[in-house]
Write a protein that binds this ligand. Structure first.
Ligand code: HEM
Ligand SMILES: *[C@@H]1O[C@H](CO)[C@@H](O)[C@H](O)[C@H]1NC(C)=O
Ligand SMILES: *[C@@H]1O[C@H](CO)[C@@H](O)[C@H](O)[C@H]1NC(C)=O
Length: 330
């Protein structure tokens, strides 16, 4: 096609409101329909996260959970009357930060009602939250639509008890590769977990009162001070000493056998992930911010709904009520 024709087509598509986008999303998706969306979301996110920096970790994790289950379609935000939505699944119970997404959505709705999806708002909030704590920032192509389905039974997130093979497979299934796995695991540079998830690992790994031999004994001693044998509740820092700082200490920890979960430690069991870790340790994490940004952009494309699929919710916790038209259609 001649350049002139191609240009004409691009202009025509833009006039029709169809975005010319890569893989279905577009950095300028809301340029005409809601030009201030990014500024509004940033303002709300800064408000919350600057007051409560631990929300940055919560919001990053929320976006990850959204994308891994049914794709980045806001399904993690949905509530169900029967407690059978994603939010009711075991790994979701410790999710936090929903109030930030809701506040951002309300603020956006005031300015441009019915235009911006909850999935897009969550992707922006996660990006902005990390940047508030001086972590890396990344572009967020937009145009995701919200799903109408959220099922507790579909939550098959990677387990903290998983070994490298299962983790790689879980990421491959989402179009993410081994590099993405080790890079995004670096998200554990911020945030908290709890004693319940490591109890067995430090007290009774094989049922003989032992600890996981892949752990550094001095780290185990430290964790035992924090977590008593039947404590399933006390918060534990993912990256001791710098839970609110987005840095590359996570890789130093893992290299020193101080990964909190099996899923962290096991990154030493694969030549590719291990060499990435060694490289970050040797260079004080020189490429980590850029790598993290690239993998976050990739994560944001997982199984997205675009075009006529899905909907734009009014409130992120509830699907839109069915109209008469869709009711008769069903
Ligand atoms: C590789 C597989 C992964 C596994 C097995 C895993 C597992 C976990 C677990 C078990 C927790 C603690 C939850 C709790 O205490 O109830 C956690 C927390 C967290 N995860 Fe992951 N995760 C993985 C990947 C990721 C990715 C890709 C990101 C984001 C890029 C991420 C970001 C976080 C953050 C920020 C927290 C702390 C949340 C908070 O402070 O509220 N994780 N993860
Ligand atoms: C993973 O994908 C990225 C691009 O998305 C690529 O640059 C990288 O080399 C890939 N890594 C592996 C191990 O295939
Ligand atoms: C350790 O695990 C074994 C086997 O699961 C169990 O019988 C034993 O009671 C556990 N010990 C403690 C102290 O929890």
């Amino acid at each position: 096609m001649a350049i002139k024709n191609l240009l004409a087509l691009v202009v025509l598509l833009n006039v029709l409101g169809v975005s010319v986008a890569q893989k279905g999303l577009d950095l300028n998706y809301y340029k005409h329909r809601c030009p201030d969306v990014e500024a509004i979301v940033l303002r709300v996110t800064v408000q919350y996260v600057s007051r409560q920096p631990s929300l940055a970790a919560a919001l990053l994790r929320l976006h990850f959970h959204d994308c891994f289950v049914r794709g980045c379609d806001g399904s993690v935000l949905l509530r169900s009357r029967d407690n059978d939505a994603e939010i009711n699944a075991l790994p979701s119970l410790s999710l936090r930060g929903f109030e930030v997404v809701d506040a951002a959505k309300s603020a956006v709705e005031k300015k441009c009602p019915g235009v911006v999806s909850c999935a897009d708002i969550l992707a922006l909030v996660a990006r902005d939250a990390v940047s508030v704590i001086n972590g890396p920032s990344w572009p967020v192509p937009l145009g995701r639509r919200d799903g109408r389905i959220s099922r507790r039974s579909e939550v098959n997130l990677p387990s903290p008890f998983a070994g490298i093979a299962a983790l790689k497979q879980g990421f491959f299934a989402k179009g993410l590769n081994t590099t993405d796995l080790v890079v995004l695991s670096g998200g554990h540079t911020i945030g908290i977990s709890n004693c319940g998830l490591i109890n067995k690992r430090i007290y009774n790994f094989t049922g003989k009162g032992d600890f996981d031999p892949s752990m550094n004994p001095s780290y185990v001693r430290k964790l035992k001070k924090r977590c008593k044998p039947n404590d399933f509740k006390t918060p534990v820092e993912m990256d001791p000493g710098s839970v609110k700082k987005f840095n590359s200490h996570y890789f130093d920890n893992v290299a020193q056998k101080k990964g909190l979960f099996t899923s962290d430690s096991t990154l030493l069991d694969d030549p590719e992930t291990k060499s990435y870790i060694d490289r970050q340790v040797a260079t004080a994490g020189s490429s980590f911010p850029k790598d993290f940004s690239d993998s976050m952009v990739k994560l944001g494309f997982v199984q997205i709904l675009t075009g006529e699929k899905g909907e734009i919710r009014k409130r992120c916790a509830f699907v839109k009520p069915k109209t008469k038209e869709t009711l008769t259609f069903l």
